[in-house]
Write a protein that binds this ligand. Structure first.
Ligand code: C5P
Ligand code: ZN
Length: 474
């Protein structure tokens, strides 16, 4: 029986079986994926499953799947293309190019009249929300399970991808089909989960650094202040270190509880809403086959390590780590991670200095070429810690091709009020000669440079009407 109770006998499962038959029939394969953590883990799952079948394949990574990217894929002349974590927004274009393909994606599909040659696997087609219930790597994992028995270990990568796409943020834990992936992962001895503090760096950072760098939630009086964090821990009777700095995982249960309670008290005293504080504690996911105290042991730290590779053009490094390289590729990824962290800090500083401009229903900043277009979305998401949470954030950055990249980020509260950034981005980009899409809570677009102000107007109006439409229907 299927481990996926909700999918047993479903169309989604049948499509996976059909896709895996097509894969087995094909001699030459291309795996085309996205340059973020979910895209890398998706490709890691697909490529490992192919390797186990003895198939040869060529991995390709794209910041987005546009016309030129599709041409590059088509030029490889493969029997079959497996698109992971992208493709559902380009069904018509893929079909027009007569690319025989399997699309394993979780982005909102763009309707297409003719999808000949495409086997399309997407949770939206099964009535599940691809923003919260299954990631691209989750879809790739469903496919890998159809391809062969013995792929259950790859579930760990599917969890890293889901966490990388922030699918656990809305409710502090993974939900929907992701929950069933977790069950498989637990059965395979690959993942365990429990409630714990949700701050980044539990495995690798000294506790005082983990507190100092806390962004989500931002803890007034502690975030950004090393001395205050050290004093706070001393006050709690938590020893900072002996021979080595103590990390969160080195604290005993009693120390952990004392710190969490004190953080909550402190947060409430400084007027932090209970909603924000709820995000302080939640489910965390541990990769049991990885060494304790490494980035790979924790799904959230693993996904950041991956983001530090492909987003800077080093997708081969990230893919090798996903496929098990714990030597040179992991060393390279760690070097890239240090640089990535610095870039994020610089990005946030820039936005704080420059400030955010407001329209009626959205706020935005334009980073020009001061923030890389591939990480400007991460910076935008982090800005919610200090920015107004009642409107979505749009962030602009110039691409190497001289176009304008837009990243849009919302909050779960806004989504509950009707926000759908994928719809707004795709509509507005289409109107100004660009392309866009994504998820309700996080979306992006690429548009001509001179179209910025017109684009902002259209998105502002679209978001305004999404939210007021929703008010009327409540
Ligand atoms: O690039 P960024 O992180 O802002 O992308 C957010 C989401 O929007 C991603 O899921 C991405 O695939 C999607 N996106 C898109 N079309 C674009 C840019 C981004 O569908 N042109
Ligand atoms: Zn994804």
């Amino acid at each position: 029986m299927s481990a996926f109770r909700s999918l047993a006998g479903s169309e989604l499962e049948k499509t996976c079986d059909k896709a895996s038959e097509e894969i087995k029939r094909s001699k030459s394969l291309v795996v085309a994926s996205h340059i973020d953590a979910d895209g890398l883990t998706s490709a890691g799952i697909a490529c490992t499953a192919l390797e186990r079948l003895g198939k040869s394949y060529e991995p390709l990574f794209f910041r987005q799947l546009d016309g030129p990217a599709l041409e590059q894929v088509a030029d490889r002349g493969a029997d079959l293309v497996i698109f992971t974590d992208l493709g559902s927004g380009m069904l018509q274009e893929i079909s027009d190019l007569k690319l025989r393909s399997v699309i394993a994606d979780h982005h909102k599909p763009t309707p297409a009249p003719d999808t000949r040659g495409i086997t399309h696997i997407n949770p939206h087609l099964a009535g599940a929300d691809g923003a919260t219930q299954l990631s691209g790597s989750g879809v790739a994992f469903l496919l890998a399970r159809s391809m062969a028995k013995g792929n259950d270990d790859l579930s760990a990568l599917a969890i890293v991808g889901a966490v990388g796409d922030l699918q656990d943020m809305a409710s502090g834990k993974l939900l929907g089909i992701n929950r069933e992936v977790l069950d498989v992962a637990s059965g395979a001895g690959a993942i365990s989960w429990y409630r714990d503090i949700k701050l980044f760096g539990r495995q690798t950072r000294p506790v005082f650094k983990m507190l100092e760098y806390s962004q989500d939630p931002y803890i007034p009086g502690l975030s950004g202040d090393e001395d205050a964090c050290i004093a706070f821990l001393k006050e709690m009777g938590v020893r900072l270190g002996g021979e080595k700095w103590r990390r969160w995982i080195d604290l005993n249960q009693d120390e952990k509880s004392r710190v969490v309670s004190a953080l909550v008290r402190r947060g409430l005293r400084s007027g932090l809403s209970s909603i924000k504080l709820e995000r302080l504690v939640g489910e965390v996911y541990t990769l049991l086959k990885e060494h304790e105290g490494t980035e790979l042991r924790d799904a959230s730290e693993y996904s950041t390590l991956l983001n530090a590779t492909a987003r800077y053009g080093y997708s081969d490094t990230g893919l090798k780590v996903c496929m098990g390289d714990r030597n040179a590729a992991l060393d390279d990824a760690r070097t890239l991670l240090a640089q990535h962290r610095q870039n994020l800090v610089n990005g946030i500083k820039l936005v704080s200095k420059q400030g955010m401009a407001k329209k009626r229903s959205i706020q935005y900043f334009d980073a020009g070429d001061a923030i890389l277009d591939t990480i400007v979305g991460i910076v935008a998401g982090m800005c919610f810690q200090v920015a107004d949470r009642s409107m979505p954030i749009l962030a602009f950055a110039t691409t190497p091709e001289g176009l304008l990249k837009v990243s849009a980020r919302g909050t779960q509260d806004l989504v509950r009020s009707g926000l759908d950034l994928a719809e707004a981005m795709s509509l507005a980009a289409g109107k100004v000669g660009g392309a866009g899409g994504g998820h309700n809570v996080a979306a992006g677009a690429t548009i001509p440079k001179e179209a910025r102000d017109e684009f902002l107007e259209i998105v502002d109006a679209a978001v305004g009407s999404q939210i007021s439409r929703n008010k009327k229907t409540i």
